[in-house]
Design a binder for this molecule. Structure first.
Ligand code: FES
Length: 153
């Protein structure tokens, strides 16, 4: 017996039947104009051998950058929006042993969860064992279009 036949056998109305379907598969009940989730929306971070990409801050994957204190990763780069709203792009690879660093809004810096190294917003080491800075990239934000370019000069 099909699911719809089973539900009809229970005496449910067509509205109740539709609600039943929507509970299990919400996407099938959305308007066709609703954008689909974007699982890999960000561009390849490398262009012509150099980091140069532009993030669209209107898409879900980059939503963390629409408010101060959020961060995302793209390739080997961590992009954060500091507590003051400044965009910061650094290598995400800890210079100690290569663990992925995180942005910590409470302290407005970058933290390596492996051995506890910390880096400031310029990538400079503020707490060892790391001794070398994280590579820093340029950022350029256009508020009118909500586009953030990350690049190296
Ligand atoms: S790998 Fe980051 S502090 Fe050791």
């Amino acid at each position: 017996m099909k699911r719809s036949e089973f539900i009809r056998s229970l005496g449910l109305s067509s509205g109740a039947l539709m609600a039943f379907y929507c509970m299990g598969t919400l996407t099938s009940c959305t308007n066709e104009d609703t954008p689909l989730p974007q699982t890999n929306p960000n561009p390849n971070p490398i262009n012509n051998g150099k980091v140069d990409f532009t993030l669209d801050l209107t898409i879900i994957a980059n939503k963390a950058l629409t408010g101060n204190g959020g961060f995302i990763y793209n390739g080997n780069i961590i992009i954060a929006r500091s507590k003051s709203g400044t965009f910061v792009a650094l290598s995400k690879v800890c210079t100690h042993e290569g663990t992925t660093v995180e942005y910590k809004p409470a302290t407005d810096d970058f933290y390596c969860p492996n051995h506890g190294s910390r880096y400031d917003l310029n990538g400079k080491v503020t707490l060892s064992p790391a001794s070398l800075p994280l590579k820093m990239y340029m950022t350029q934000y256009t508020d009118a279009t909500k586009m953030l370019r990350v690049y190296e000069s």
